[in-house]
Design a protein around this ligand. Structure first.
Ligand code: HEC
Ligand code: HEC
Length: 321
């Protein structure tokens, strides 16, 4: 805006100028607005100086200069962290020492130690076990779900600790659980394709209570002659032989007719590494407590082979017909 375009000033706009008439200007001027050269207010200058003094004091008291570790107060955030870590370490040591000395059952019985062991076990599980059993331990085809109460090899703390320590059919640990494999009934020509179809159908009767027909009747005979030896005459399974129950809807290798046909045609022999060779005894105790606490853990008192969940509910449809 050119100077002569400036609108006429109203009186009250001139008032400040009148008040400061004897104050110099800095010589800066824009569109008729001039910058007065007033001294800063006293209180403002004092506050300003005060902040400088405060900052110097603060810098000396707390660590504020890079690479200077000396402070008047002696406090540093690094030091605080170290102290906290030492405390946590000491606390951890208390639990670690207990876990070394206690057996797995005693750990599970002591609420505090159990809480610690479970948390540590969960971490160990995600590092060492989740690639096969899933991060939530729900398993996958061929890798058992560890959340449910169906156990192929036993679900007490001691059973689980043993399985983890020595593994299953791994050939690297001579104390590994080493039940015979499930034979390849088709590939090795122990049964014909028709016989396998029949027994696959019979499994639906056994596991899901399906109504029987001629095929399942033949399958029942095939089962009694070829399978009951390991899986039990009611399909209740046998832990000594590592043969899973076949009388419920839990399937390690899939429950569709196709999956079951494949299992019986090709046979199965799941392998689990022996962790006793890689992990410390304490870590295995923590893992056992963690896995046992996932929901399906069995009490020691449970009868070994047949737990309540494994008993065939009522007579299955086929047996009643
Ligand atoms: C390389 C894959 C693999 C890894 C890793 C693995 N497992 Fe397993 N695990 C298996 C297989 C396969 C089975 C089932 C074996 C069978 O068919 O009997 C099994 C079985 C088990 C069982 C027995 C389940 C039952 O029903 O009796 C437990 C308990 C178990 N694993 C715990 C663990 C723990 C704890 C870890 C980690 C330290 C782990 N596993 C790591 C493959 C694995
Ligand atoms: C020598 C003992 C033995 C005999 C006999 C046997 N099985 Fe098995 N069976 C096993 C074992 C052990 C497993 C588990 C293999 C594993 O964990 O990898 C198994 C697994 C299975 C599975 C998979 C279960 C699942 O949860 O996915 C089915 C199905 C099965 N057997 C059916 C049969 C049928 C049908 C017969 C008879 C034709 C039979 N088995 C005979 C030992 C046997």
């Amino acid at each position: 805006m050119a100077k002569n375009d400036t609108p006429p000033r109203k009186d009250n706009f001139e008032a400040p100028n009148k008040l400061n008439r004897n104050v110099e200007t800095t010589g800066h001027e824009w569109d008729g607005i001039e910058e007065l050269n007033n001294p800063l207010p006293r209180w403002w200058v004092w506050v300003f100086l005060g902040t400088i003094v405060f900052a110097i004091g603060y810098m000396a008291y707390y660590p504020a200069l890079p690479l200077v570790h000396y402070t008047v107060s002696g406090w540093t955030s690094r030091g605080q962290l170290m102290a906290e870590m030492q405390n946590a370490d000491a606390e951890k040591h208390v639990f670690e020492d207990k876990i070394v000395r206690m057996d797995v059952q005693a750990i599970a019985d002591d609420a505090e130690v159990r809480t610690y062991a479970t948390a540590a076990g969960r971490m160990l599980f995600s590092v060492n076990c989740s690639q096969c059993h899933g991060s939530g331990a729900a398993g996958a085809k061929g890798y058992p779900n560890l959340l449910d109460d169906e156990w192929i090899h036993g679900g007490t703390l001691a059973d689980i600790a043993y399985t983890i320590t020595h593994g299953i059919r791994n050939g690297t640990d001579e104390k590994a659980r080493n039940p015979g494999p499930m034979a390849a009934f088709g590939k090795d020509e122990l049964l014909t394709k028709e016989q396998i179809d029949d027994v696959v159908n019979y499994l639906s009767v056994l596991a899901h209570g399906f109504k029987g027909n001629e095929s399942t009747e033949r399958g029942k005979t095939v089962f009694a002659e070829n399978c009951a030896l390991c899986h039990g005459d009611q399909g209740q399974g046998n832990r000594e032989l590592g043969a899973p129950p076949l009388n419920n809807a839990i399937w390690l290798y899939g429950g569709s007719n196709k999956d079951r046909f494949e299992t019986i045609w090709n046979g199965r022999a799941g392998v689990m590494p022996a962790w006793g060779q890689k992990l410390s005894e304490s870590d295995i105790k923590k893992l056992a407590v963690y896995v046992h606490g996932l929901g399906g853990g069995e009490a020691v008192a449970t009868a070994p082979a047949v737990s309540a969940t494994e008993v065939v509910p009522a007579a299955p449809a086929a047996a009643r017909e």
